[in-house]
Write a protein that binds this ligand. Structure first.
Ligand code: HEC
Length: 451
């Protein structure tokens, strides 16, 4: 661990020891001053009693009003910060003081502690933080064994394979299905297990750098979104992170398993503590939907991209910016770090692929990777749909031109496929740097690559 990150952890823990807000000491007096004239056992506006701890947790006629660790989507916090579309509290009055709001925020972030010495309601996730690393895991790499039988769901709606990932160490792929994730053997193509994802459509799948955890994210448009971490071996849910009001389009877990990042139509990058689901940072720099997120193979750097060409790199520990990567002008479809962390690749709707040197954030190579042939009306579609590095340092891209290309580490083209029948929406490259697996618009999963 780097020295400065250790210091930061110490600094952030000390104030906690000196007295994080509790309901009895800090919140009850605030509610008494501003809220309980209307929210008490006798006069329960909206069926909400804010005079007791139990009453706050019980919530209102509309459901829970506070969520441990996540003030931003806690109804009560939205009401006192006057978020659009939420009844402002107290009604017809100015906001309560900034200090009072900050105290309530801290109390929710800290896990809704009742009284000093009381238990935090942050979810305690038994999650081996030290297990995460991009080094080859000791022993056999994780493969699913003995997952519970789940019936395969088939949908009459779009069957498109919206997300696909390959384990960096095992012959294993994860493929999105209809509210399900399928584990497939990368050689025999046999289905090795099915993970239910009742949260909705799956928009992103990734394996952790050591292959032990599958990160699945998605949700229902305009309604809900979440990130779910699955243990690859047992198929068990390790954690559910975020409780969004719209889909999650992209998510990732840091190499040390310490941070989870997510983003989507809300244009906000959120970074959570993976061990307890606590929101650490809310980054509001993007001006459009977040379309891709990727943690570096080592350390805590996080790259994020949006629908208007914005690409940034952050430090997850502090939430501070490292680089703004300025080259794309249009929708950036995908981002991927090379295994050595020295290069970041981004691919956009205009067919451009950029290789960024992460030493200084400079675009070391810009390639027209899927430009389309404007003279030929059949192949003129332009745009990159997906890109991924193999562990060996080659890069695969798929495009709207229905072709797939494999690139050398320096960005020179090595191989290209024939035109395919369907759109290759997602692509992944196995560690041999030759075999690509594609998730297609027509629902199929096909192998491609150099023979
Ligand atoms: C003057 C009376 C009054 C005061 C003071 C007041 N509220 Fe309310 N509160 C209401 C009413 C009335 C509603 C129902 C609003 C609606 O749904 O139209 C409500 C609704 C709410 C809701 C939404 C619950 C739901 O199901 O609609 C929350 C959360 C809430 N109040 C929190 C607070 C907090 C926190 C304070 C103090 C900072 C506060 N209120 C102060 C009258 C009050």
């Amino acid at each position: 661990m780097k020295v400065h990150s250790l210091l930061l952890i110490l600094i952030s823990v000390i104030p906690g020891l000196q007295g994080a807000p509790t309901f009895d000491a800090d919140i009850r007096p605030l509610f008494k001053k501003h809220c309980t004239s209307c929210h008490n056992p006798d006069k329960r506006k909206a069926d909400l009693d804010l005079s007791t701890y139990a009453g706050v947790l019980a919530g209102s006629s509309g459901g829970e009003v506070v969520k441990a660790g996540v003030p931003d989507t806690s109804w009560l916090f939205e009401s006192i910060t006057h978020v659009d579309g939420v009844e402002a509290m107290p009604p017809k009055k100015p906001k309560i003081s900034e200090d009072a709001i900050a105290t309530i925020r801290e109390w929710i972030l800290g896990g809704l502690v009742e009284s000093s010495g009381g238990k935090s309601m942050l979810r305690e996730i038994t999650f081996d933080v030290t297990a995460g690393s991009s080094a080859k895991p000791e022993g056999e790499p994780a493969m699913p064994t003995g997952l519970p039988e789940v019936e395969r769901k088939i949908s009459s709606r779009s069957p498109a394979v919206t997300a696909l990932a390959a384990s960096p160490w095992a012959p294993l792929m994860a493929v999105s299905g209809w509210e399900q994730i399928l584990f497939r053997h990368a050689a025999s193509e046999e289905t090795l297990g099915i993970l239910p994802f009742p949260e909705g459509t799956i928009h992103d799948l990734k394996f952790s750098r050591n292959g032990s955890v599958l990160i699945a994210s998605g949700g229902r448009g305009g309604e809900s979104g979440k990130v779910v971490l699955f243990d690859v071996k047992s198929g068990k849910r390790i954690a559910e992170i975020g409780d969004e009001e719209d889909i999650v389009l992209a998510a990732d877990l840091s190499a040390d398993h310490r941070y989870v990042a997510l983003g989507g139509p809300a244009k906000v990058v959120k970074i959570f503590d993976a061990t307890n689901g606590k929101l650490l940072h809310r980054i509001e720099k993007h001006t459009d939907w977040i379309t891709a997120l990727a943690f570096a193979p080592e350390g805590d750097q996080l790259a994020s991209a949006d629908r208007s060409g914005g690409v940034h790199v952050w430090e997850a520990g502090t939430g501070g910016i490292v680089y703004t990567l300025d080259e794309h002008k249009v929708h950036v479809a995908d981002l991927a770090w090379r295994a050595d962390g020295k290069m970041l690749a981004s691919g956009a709707d205009d067919g451009k692929m950029v290789l960024w040197d992460m030493k200084d954030g400079w675009p070391s190579k810009v390639v027209d990777a899927h430009k389309g042939n404007t003279d030929d009306r059949y192949t003129r579609a332009t745009g990159i749909l997906s890109l991924a590095w193999s562990r060996g340092g080659s890069l695969i891209t798929s495009g709207r031109d229905k072709r797939v290309r494999i690139w050398k580490a320096d960005g020179n083209r090595e191989w290209e496929s024939d035109e395919m029948e369907s759109l290759p929406i997602t692509a992944t490259l196995l560690s041999d740097s030759k075999t690509g697996w594609l998730g297609m618009y027509d629902g199929s999963v096909v192998a491609t690559g150099k023979k």
